[in-house]
Design a protein around this ligand. Structure first.
Ligand code: C2E
Ligand code: CA
Ligand code: CA
Ligand code: CA
Length: 277
């Protein structure tokens, strides 16, 4: 490994070395982040497009390191996957998000769901299914209120093994959403074989609603999803024009800054109460 490191250094030069240094620093601090309570969750609302009612939230991880400050999940999730720290971190996220949602339900918000991002590294574990079911049992959250968000790249790993795990969870009533849909390269016939319940249209297609010539992409995805019997969610909705277009195309759920940015856990109850007032 040392040899390879040296070789890379010689080929890619200083930038590569800087990346390795940065990675090492993040990895070292991340190792103690869970036990030091440095991780927290923000919750971004998802709304039923037709009725305007709150469906629930997507849990999004935040890391405030005493040494590094706020580190974006876009930079540390990849590193956590490479060093497998995503396994304990991912379980922590799932447990915290399910507990939070069960608490909300206990406070009278009975119908709220929770959507949780799952990494391929977690799905490759033999006991992934058992882990999810035991978190539901421990927290008391009913399976139909949980949705797992996965990406197409997951199925590159070991299609059969991962599909059967997701299928088992789906049979229990857990939702499976295909995140960032449209950015991968799945053929439509392949899509049919996946054990999923929801398509989540990537933000790039929602952005393109503002350009008349590109609009048809977003509405085509909604139609394809519905033809396959799937729910369709749009992420990254920022403008009333995008919302109006998605309403017309009968997209089921929307999420984005136009509704709300991700909300720190402690502020969620206040946000919900304010919305109902
Ligand atoms: P994602 O799953 O696609 O999540 C959506 C990202 O877009 C979030 O960024 C969210 O804050 C942002 N977003 C939502 N609405 C809007 C909008 O209207 N406009 C714009 N410009 N952005 C919007 P965030 O929280 O920085 O997360 C980035 C990515 O990190 C996520 O992308 C997801 O892939 C990953 N991630 C976050 N939390 C977790 C986690 O608990 N586990 C795993 N495995 N990955 C996570
Ligand atoms: Ca997501
Ligand atoms: Ca997404
Ligand atoms: Ca995205």
């Amino acid at each position: 490994a040392k040899e390879a490191g040296k070789g890379s250094y010689m080929i890619y030069g200083q930038e590569m070395q800087q990346y390795f240094d940065e990675r090492m620093i993040i990895e070292n601090h991340l190792r103690s982040a869970v036990s030091n309570n440095e991780l927290s969750l923000h919750y971004q609302p998802l709304v039923d497009t037709g009725t305007g009612e709150l469906w629930g939230f997507e849990a999004l991880i935040r890391w405030n390191s005493p040494v590094l400050g706020f580190v974006s999940p876009l930079s540390f999730i990849r590193i956590a996957e490479d060093c497998r720290l995503i396994v304990p971190i991912g379980e922590w996220v799932l447990r915290a998000a399910c507990r939070f949602t069960k608490d909300l339900q206990n406070q009278g918000y009975e119908g709220y769901h929770i959507s949780v991002n799952i990494s391929v590294i977690q799905l490759m574990l033999d006991d992934f299914t058992e882990m999810v079911l035991s978190v539901l049992e421990d927290t008391g959250l009913a399976p139909e209120y949980l949705e797992l968000e996965i990406t197409e790249s997951i199925f590159m790993e070991s299609f059969e093994a991962i599909s059967s795990k997701l299928e088992a969870l789906k049979e229990r009533g857990i939702g499976i959403a295909l995140d960032d849909f449209g950015t991968g390269y799945s053929s439509l016939s392949y899509l049919k074989q996946l054990p999923i319940t929801t398509l989540k249209i990537d933000k790039s297609f929602i952005d393109s609603i503002d350009t008349p010539n590109n609009r048809s992409l977003a509405s085509s995805i909604v139609t394809i999803g519905h033809d396959m019997g799937l729910n369709v969610t749009a992420e990254g909705v920022e403008t009333p024009e995008q919302l109006a277009f998605l309403e017309r195309t009968r997209c089921d759920k929307i999420q984005g800054y136009y509704i709300s940015k991700p909300i720190p856990e402690k502020e969620v109850a206040g946000w919900v109460a304010g919305r109902m007032a």
